[in-house]
Ligand binder design. Structure first.
Ligand SMILES: [Zn+2]
Length: 69
């Protein structure tokens, strides 16, 4: 499942830090987690599975950078 930014239309997202708002709790109950557009930083919600995938991808990129240094 690919999500697209409703603001700029790109599909590149990064995991977002939680800021507990009433809306987030509703989304969490639906097993949807907040992510942020890599381009315009617009907030969106995605499935738990997609969220974990993004988080893993981000972490592996970080590790590569760390190993190279
Ligand atoms: Zn965007």
């Amino acid at each position: 499942m690919t999500i697209y930014c409703r603001h700029c239309g790109l599909s590149e997202f990064r995991t977002s830090r939680f800021r507990f708002q009433a809306l987030d709790l509703v989304q969490l109950l639906l097993l949807r987690l907040p992510v942020r557009c890599a381009n315009c930083h617009e907030r969106a919600f995605t499935s738990l599975r997609q969220f974990l995938k993004l988080r893993r991808a981000h972490r592996s990129r970080h590790n590569e950078r760390h190993d190279a240094a």
